[in-house]
Design a protein around this ligand. Structure first.
Ligand code: DWN
Ligand code: ZN
Length: 413
């Protein structure tokens, strides 16, 4: 890791301006690239480095992994894997349904609809809807739930096809999706052509302000090409004759911002957009120095976690990982954690159980491997679901077990 200024600047994926790398986490495997032993030798690695564009303020990876390597017929993340997120998407859908109840035969499209956790509420309300997602395995779950879904990548062609088949959309939804798309300008043009004149794009993504505040460096990985601030999102859509008309912070996934975007000059933008942009200037999200401080805090956090795990091990404690999240790959490989430090990672996703974590190959086992033989400590890789997990696993604590968390700082609960 090297938090010094990097000589090699690259061109911004949004505006072509100079991107200055500020954090280098080294060679990294794909965050969701869980593998069987016979796949160890063919694992894909890339340079995980993130930089700041002084032109449009967009924070972004300096090396992009082809989406086909990530989103395919074995993509192992299901939006329904967390009860908290299922509840969050139910509330999100309810708010959108209320906002379109006056419309005649509204049409709602979700980009990156995964297993239909969000879109199912529109299907249940018999609202015309269409999901678009490239990963066949998760799309099959949605189709089995009778949610109309197109299994393909979203791009300008897909947008043209949907308009030809269904007409333009009143609402386009996207949750934890747009930041995954390297060709963001083209995606925005696709959205612009798909959205009817009075339509709204409503999307949410982990918020850069929270990632910086909490030093949640494990949110930085191959799937997330961009890290959105209100300033950088406003700049992005302004380039294409669209504008952010509202924002709303959400307490999920470690802090998320929900953006509402429309064609420009159709709606009066809310005052809260201007206020948040001012706040981002006060907190320095428009300056490289802020990110260099973040980079230093990341280095410190990793060193502290490494020291704690080494110390616990030396004292003969049993430690396991909890939640084989994409985020866990970054911590495990940046912190040099191997299976002699963490015996296994407990996880509820069948596709991950029986495989090994990307890079350092820690075995992933069902939750029962944890509940049937409690360790002394459990390293909570899914800190963003902390409340849900601590409630579900209260017997572990009652049996004297302790949780290790590392966001916003390394501590034992
Ligand atoms: O942006 C993304 C977010 C939304 O979801 C994607 N790029 C990939 C994914 O990130 P993640 O894997 O870090 O997501 P989570 O929700 O933090 O972790 C999900 C993993 O945790 C799953 O493998 C299921 C597991 N899990 C568990 O074992 N027990 C989850 C919960 C809530 C649990 O109680
Ligand atoms: Zn830029």
């Amino acid at each position: 890791m090297d938090s010094q200024r990097h000589p090699s600047k690259i061109a911004c994926l949004v505006c072509g301006g100079p991107v200055e790398p500020f954090l280098d986490l080294g060679r990294m495997p794909l965050a969701n690239g869980f593998v069987l032993p016979d796949e160890f030798s063919s694992e894909y690695f890339y340079d995980l480095r993130v930089g700041f564009c002084s032109g449009c303020m967009m924070v972004q990876l300096t090396e992009v992994v082809e989406p086909e390597r990530i989103f395919h017929d074995r993509y192992p993340f299901y939006s329904s894997s967390s009860a908290g997120m299922v509840k969050h998407f139910r509330k999100f859908a309810g708010e959108v349904l209320e906002s379109i109840q006056e419309k005649v035969n509204p049409f709602v499209v979700e980009i990156g609809s995964n297993d239909g956790t969000l879109l199912r509420h529109f299907a249940d309300a018999e609202v015309r809807h269409l999901g678009i997602d490239p990963s066949t395995n998760v799309v099959q779950v949605a189709i089995n739930r009778e949610i109309d879904t197109l299994c393909r990548f979203f791009n300008e062609d897909t947008a043209r096809q949907v308009v030809a088949d269904h007409g333009q959309a009143d609402v386009i939804l996207a949750a934890n999706v747009l930041r995954h798309m390297a060709d963001l300008n083209s995606k925005v043009l696709g959205i612009k052509s798909l959205l009817n004149p009075g339509g709204r794009l409503i999307f949410e993504e982990p918020y850069l302000g929270d990632i910086i505040d909490m030093a949640s460096y494990d949110q930085i990985y191959d799937e997330h090409v961009f890290y959105f601030s209100v300033i950088s999102v406003c700049n992005l859509f302004k380039r294409h004759g669209m504008e952010v008309i509202d924002i709303r912070h959400q307490n999920v996934h470690g802090g998320t911002m929900r953006f509402t975007v429309a064609h420009e000059n159709v709606y009066q933008p809310s005052w809260v957009v201007r206020l948040q942009r001012r706040y981002e200037k006060i907190t320095g999200l428009h300056e490289l120095e802020t990110y260099e401080t973040f980079s230093f805090r990341t280095e410190l956090s990793l060193a502290r976690l490494e020291e704690l795990l080494r110390d616990l091990k030396k004292k003969g404690n049993r430690v396991i990982g909890y939640g084989a999240s994409a985020k866990s790959t970054i911590v495990i490989n940046s912190c040099g954690i191997t299976s002699d430090v963490i015996e296994f990672i407990a996880d509820t996703t069948p596709e991950k159980q029986g495989k090994c974590s990307p890079g350092n190959h820690i075995p992933v086992r069902p939750r029962e491997a944890f509940t049937s033989d409690y360790p002394d400590y459990a390293l909570l890789f899914i800190w963003n679901h902390c409340e849900e997990v601590l409630k579900k696993e209260r017997d572990f604590k009652a049996a004297g077990g302790k949780w290790i968390v590392y966001v916003p700082e390394v501590r034992i609960l």
